[in-house]
Design a protein around this ligand. Structure first.
Ligand code: DC
Length: 232
């Protein structure tokens, strides 16, 4: 059991794009009354700030030092209204902008820079507060909160993740090809898992859950059981 009076417990939810970890993390934080860290949003905000500042992000021109300086000096906050979290960069609500495709691409480039990861490390740890934190990302259980009492690695087959994204986009009236989505997902998996700095991987003490054939409620129940066993 974690001593709730001193160190706030952390539940880490790591996994690849489209595994449902964002949805699970949000539901779990609501249910437990814990704070929520969407660490991907920090990489997206860094990417947007770099794009806004016209910093080169391509190949040989990638200006790592400047992106790291931007990450270290980000003027951001997360505002909560009506149960929704919005991301605010330099006073402007950029929640939609950070989900745009060009920002997703840029985020995966800036996330591979070790100095950027280092610059964002303490900022992520600062989210830890009583009564507890749910942290979602790629390296929450391995690097950012290695002492978390509950670590989940949520995965699903690439085909299932592409199909979920396809349904989501179709529901919004966006027409896309399932094959393109599958290719995108495989490319992002490859980048996230094979980078040198803090690659996507389950922590040794993580519980791996495959959500290919389980719905959101089923996954949520399993994670709540783990929280009950390990945090109480
Ligand atoms: O989870 P997301 O799609 O919002 O993440 C955006 C990018 O940031 C994605 O390329 C993976 C990267 N990321 C990371 O490297 N480490 C994290 N803890 C969270 C996200």
């Amino acid at each position: 059991m974690t001593d709730m009076t001193s160190i706030p417990p952390v539940v880490t939810i790591d996994g690849p794009s489209g595994s449902g970890k964002g949805t699970i993390a949000k539901l779990l934080a609501d249910k437990l009354g814990y704070a929520l860290l969407d660490s991907g949003a920090l990489y997206r905000l860094t990417a947007l700030a770099a794009l806004n500042a016209d910093v080169a992000l391509d190949g040989d021109n990638l200006d790592e030092a400047r992106v790291a300086a931007i990450a270290g000096n980000l003027d951001i906050r997360f505002a909560i209204a009506g149960g929704e979290v919005s991301a605010v960069l330099e006073g402007k609500d950029v929640s939609r902008d950070i989900r745009m495709e060009r920002v997703s691409m840029a985020a995966s480039k800036v996330a591979a820079i070790p100095a950027v990861r280092e610059a964002l490390l303490q900022r992520q740890r600062d989210f830890r507060a009583l009564p507890g934190l749910v942290a979602d990302g790629r390296d929450m259980g391995t690097t950012v909160f290695p002492d978390a009492p509950v670590k989940v690695f949520l995965t699903a087959s690439a085909e299932e993740r592409a199909r979920r994204r396809f349904d989501q986009l179709q529901g919004r009236g966006v027409s896309v090809s399932l094959r393109d989505l599958l290719e995108d997902i495989r490319a992002r998996d490859d980048r996230d898992m094979n980078r040198a700095a803090s690659p996507l991987a389950p922590a040794e003490d993580a519980v791996v859950l495959d959500s290919t054939d389980i719905d959101i409620d089923g996954v949520l129940h399993k994670v709540l059981d783990l929280v009950q066993q390990r945090i109480g």
